[in-house]
Design a protein around this ligand. Structure first.
Ligand SMILES: [Zn+2]
Length: 164
């Protein structure tokens, strides 16, 4: 996808979603981007032959549990992104490196299942996570996670319908 199509998302994140009035144009632009992803099919040999690679070892895949995921959920909501590694005792970041695509997929799966977060907060966070996932999705590296990504986009739609 073209960078230009993503500019409004980059701006939303830069402003930390503060004082944002979403207009129809922005919403329809976002819907267009989502539609493109939902329509992506991976039966294209070119994509299939590429190595499916996001990261070798994922901190969240290994360490995210029901007991600590709310801590990362809150961290994401404050910073709009997560780092690649955290201390498991005090949850301070251990690196400045931003984490990768699959981490947000893992945390989204926890958010979707959680009974501790209400739907308003779930929607609020999933919208922000999806904005970021749209921005960092790389078909060569993340194609093996496409189905899961689509599920999260569809979950967002389902939640939105509760409020419209
Ligand atoms: Zn990864």
């Amino acid at each position: 996808m073209l960078k230009k199509d993503h500019e409004f998302l980059i701006n939303l994140r830069k402003k930390k979603y503060q004082n944002i009035v979403l207009n129809k144009k922005t919403i329809s632009k976002r819907n267009e981007l989502i539609k493109k992803i939902l329509n992506l099919e991976l039966n294209n040999q070119k994509v299939k032959s590429k190595k499916n690679f996001c990261c070798k070892k994922n901190y969240f895949k290994e360490n995210l549990i029901n007991k600590n995921f709310l801590i990362f959920y809150k961290k994401f909501n404050v910073n709009l992104k997560l780092k690649d590694n955290y201390n498991l005792i005090n949850f301070k970041k251990k690196t400045n490196k931003d984490t990768c695509f699959c981490s947000y997929i893992h945390i989204s799966n926890f958010i979707i299942k959680s009974k501790k977060i209400n739907y308003v907060h779930k929607l609020n966070t999933i919208l922000k996570i999806n904005d970021l996932l749209i921005l960092i999705f790389n078909i060569k590296k993340n194609s093996h996670l496409l189905d899961n990504f689509k599920k999260i986009l569809l979950y967002e739609r389902k939640l939105l319908k509760k409020f419209i």
